[in-house]
Design a protein around this ligand. Structure first.
Ligand SMILES: [Zn+2]
Length: 284
């Protein structure tokens, strides 16, 4: 079984996670830029983070046989902080880089006017750079948030077929699908979607344009949720081809819109370094 986790924050995870993910079949991940769990205090903090998503983290993933790409954006939460919004003017210099396969994660957190501006501006950046967009939908007021998101997408220059709406659930999936967007579901240990609900949604809506992710980060989360959904699909009678479509082909097709996806499994390079540093912290 081959698995592509299309939304996981590996910067917050350990090398044990990489080993367990590889053993579970994970061969590719996309890491969206997001917040740190506490506020950043200046745009410079973003630039070091973005450089890490493009440098150190893909290097680290490669040591465990996993292809790593990222998405770059000002995240919805920090779009409200005037100390952070100048980063919007610097995103273009990251969006041209090879490892960036989408603009994201963008979208709404609290649905403020500042979030409106950041979402519209970043959808325009995606259109300008011919990149797809990963759009986070709010955890509260889900249906209102989804509708407002769809309105902004409809007004943007970006085709809905280039938009992945993430954190969907039973209340938002139908309108997201009717709009022609890709459908993302984050499966967490005890909030949002779980494996059983995910399988029920797949039975109702089918596997077309559906992506499942762990969205694992610094909070309570499980980087093996993709594998657990695959097993729950097989137990419910889905074919191996269906599982491959949801857990591999759909993410490949969506992020492949960027023209930048490189999925040759990177070799595990024992002793390799990135800018002179190794995962052994110099203790060779
Ligand atoms: Zn995320």
């Amino acid at each position: 079984m081959r698995i592509f986790d299309p939304h996981i924050h590996m910067t917050s995870r350990t090398t044990d996670d990489y080993e367990a993910m590889y053993a579970a079949g994970v061969r590719a991940v996309v890491e969206p830029a997001f917040w740190l769990g506490q506020p950043r205090t200046s745009p410079a903090s973003f630039y070091d983070y973005f450089d890490g998503l493009l440098g150190w983290e893909p290097f680290r993933a490669a040591q465990y046989g996993i292809a790593h790409h990222c998405t770059i954006a000002l995240n919805p939460k920090e779009a409200n902080d005037p100390r952070c919004t100048p980063v919007l003017d610097q995103l273009s210099r990251y969006l041209v880089k090879d490892g960036v396969v989408a603009v994201g994660e963008i979208g709404y957190d609290s649905m403020t006017p500042a979030e409106d501006r950041a979402l519209a501006a970043q959808l325009q950046l995606a259109a300008d750079h011919e990149l797809p967009a990963l759009v986070h939908t709010p955890h509260r007021d889900k249906l209102a948030g989804l509708r407002r998101t769809l309105d902004v997408v409809a007004e943007s220059a970006l085709d809905p077929q280039w938009v992945l709406l993430d954190h969907l659930n039973e209340t938002t999936v139908k309108e997201a699908k009717d709009a022609g967007c890709w459908l993302g579901f984050s499966v967490y240990p005890d909030t949002k979607m779980d494996e059983v609900r995910m399988v029920a949604l797949l039975q109702t809506y089918g596997p077309e344009k559906v992506l499942v992710n762990s969205a694992a980060d610094w909070g309570r989360s499980d980087p093996l949720k993709t594998r657990k959904v695959a097993e729950a699909m097989l137990a419910a009678g889905f074919s191996e081809a269906d599982v491959d479509q949801v857990l591999w082909q759909n993410p490949v097709t969506f992020y492949g819109l960027s023209g930048r996806l490189v999925l040759d499994p990177p070799g595990k390079e024992t002793g390799a370094t990135h800018e002179g540093n190794s995962i052994r912290r110099g203790g060779e």
